[in-house]
Design a protein around this ligand. Structure first.
Ligand code: IPE
Ligand code: IPE
Ligand code: MG
Ligand code: MG
Length: 333
């Protein structure tokens, strides 16, 4: 039903065209609002902004505010807020994960060190909240505070599970709900809120984006095995090396032999691919259809997201949301 209600499907470029001017303004806000009285923070902020990134979260805020009918300066500010929160989480995440590369360049922790980056991340969080505070809207703050706590819980849960081979699909889902889908959902709800949506539309947009966020993380975890660093902007095979057992492996381990399981255990114990080469891990995932199953699972969530899109009145923004579901499953980075 979702598709039959849609007119011609927009291309990714047409979606970007809908928000291009707004996105330029969002970049302007981020640039202006990332200036601190201590130079290190400003420099890190600039470095991260210049590193690119897909800007998916601000795009979601903007499209949802337009779909709700009343886009305006608040939507631009909220789009900047979510991108700054996202950036802060990445700065902290790279410290926690000992990551060396992000967005195709040395990660901020690799350049400025952990101590400075923890503080710069804190500063970015607070700056995002300060921008949000200017709305004088308690619902906005309420949502952002719950969201940030949720994301921190996600990272904490992930830490608890580091190095463990017996991660169930349910454990994994609980984690990605917090660390990724919650932010996607918040983006849509914020866009809806400042765009003047009624409660029902806000809830449905939130549910749409939650499903999208789960699919996004499932695809991210697949790409960690199947992509190349030059395309992905971060090294492949990082998750397992960092001690994270994600869906392609969770599914493969369900039917893996004892010897295959031992290979995975070796990487988890060593934190490198010296004893168990990455190619061997890829082979076992392939043998047990781990990537296929993970992709199928991602598609089930985008399908749900598309069903929800089908409930919204026909408009270019409704069609844009549909295209975003495709952009997320078909992406290569
Ligand atoms: C990275 O998000 C963090 C995850 C949730 C996997 P993105 O892949 O959206 O990162 P950028 O902003 O495009 O670099
Ligand atoms: C995503 O976690 C970061 C957050 C959502 C906070 P990951 O550790 O999986 O992300 P990447 O792979 O480093 O981008
Ligand atoms: Mg990470
Ligand atoms: Mg990842």
């Amino acid at each position: 039903m979702g598709i039959s209600k849609l007119g011609h499907v927009l291309s990714a470029k047409e979606v970007l065209d809908l928000v291009r001017n707004d996105l330029d303004r969002v970049e302007g806000v981020i640039g202006l609002e990332s200036i601190a009285s201590v130079e290190a923070v400003t420099t890190i902020g600039r470095y991260l902004q210049a590193g690119g990134g897909k800007r998916l979260r601000p795009i979601l805020v903007l499209i949802c505010s337009k779909l709700a009918g009343n886009p305006g300066d608040s939507a631009i500010r909220m789009a900047a807020v979510v991108e700054m929160i996202h950036t802060a989480t990445l700065v902290h995440d790279d410290v926690i994960d000992f990551a060396k590369i992000r967005r195709g360049r040395p990660s901020s922790n690799a350049i400025w060190g952990n101590h400075t980056c923890v503080l710069a991340g804190d500063w970015l969080y607070m700056q995002a909240f300060q921008i949000a505070l200017r709305e004088r809207n308690f619902r906005v703050l309420d949502l952002l505070i719950s969201l940030t706590q949720m994301m921190v819980e996600g990272e904490l849960l992930q830490l608890e599970r580091i190095g463990k081979i017996d991660i169930s699909e349910a454990d994994y889902m609980e984690l990605i709900d917090r660390k990724t889908a919650s932010l996607f959902s918040a983006c849509a709800r914020l866009g809806a809120m400042v765009g003047g949506a009624d409660e029902q539309l806000e809830t449905r947009l939130g549910e749409f984006a939650w499903n999208l966020g789960i699919a996004f993380q499932l695809v991210d975890d697949v790409l960690d095995f199947t992509s190349r660093e030059s395309v992905l902007g971060k090294p492949v095979g990082s998750d397992l090396k960092e001690g994270k057992v994600t869906v392609p492996l969770i599914y493969a381990l369900e039917t893996a032999s004892k010897a295959e399981r031992q290979l995975v255990q070796d990487v988890l114990s060593d934190g490198n691919y010296e004893r168990a080469p990455f190619s061997k891990i890829l082979q076992l995932i392939e043998r047990h259809r781990g990537v296929e199953k993970a992709r199928e699972r991602a598609l089930a969530f985008t399908e749900k997201a598309r069903m929800i899109v089908g409930e919204f009145p026909e408009s270019p923004y409704q069609r844009a949301l549909y295209t975003i579901t495709e952009m997320i499953t078909d992406r290569d980075h």
